[in-house]
Design a protein. Structure first.
Length: 172
């Protein structure tokens, strides 16, 4: 026979059983739907990651950030930082202490610790026209204003990297 004390002792066990009653895992339908969604994403997204436009945008962004790094390094070190270009790469050098030009200068270390500070394009990506070499002085001002564009990144507004003449501000 059930006594009141016996009923109180059984209640925690019943409560624990009801907590675990709904937790049984995933259904087969849910697992199949997840696999189908991952497959669809793989078919449509993966080819875009290997696209030239994607690589060109990455090269554009790396060029922009390395130019900003060059200007900020020139200001921080109060030394001239020279920016050299080829058709598909950009390299930074810093003038020796007390010098105004970069011949015989110091090879700069990049923001990620790479030496020399350089950005190189993937195959099929390059600058539209090879930019002219220039330098940032100790105040961060460029020797000549620059506008450069990466081929494949599109010609829409915001795709041209500009280095302002008076301030050296680098933007797209």
């Amino acid at each position: 026979m059930n006594t009141p004390s016996h009923d109180r002792a059984m209640k925690p066990q019943v409560a624990r059983q009801s907590l675990f009653r709904g937790a049984r895992g995933f259904t087969m339908v849910e697992l199949v739907m997840v696999i189908v969604l991952v497959g669809v994403l793989a078919v449509f997204v993966m080819p875009r990651l290997n696209n030239v436009d994607f690589k060109a945008r990455g090269f554009h962004d790396e060029t922009l950030s390395l130019l900003r790094y060059a200007q900020k390094s020139a200001i921080a070190q109060r030394r001239t930082v020279c920016v050299g270009f080829s058709v598909d790469s950009m390299t930074l050098n810093m003038a020796a202490a007390g010098a105004t030009g970069c011949p015989g200068g110091v090879v700069m270390t990049g923001p990620r610790g790479e030496s020399p500070a350089r950005v190189k394009a993937s195959s099929g990506v390059a600058y539209v026209t090879q930019p002219t070499d220039f330098s940032f002085n100790g105040l961060g001002q460029p020797s000549v204003p620059q506008s450069l564009q990466v081929a494949g990144a599109g010609v829409a507004t915001g795709q041209i990297i500009t280095v302002e003449a008076a301030t050296g501000y680098v933007h797209d």
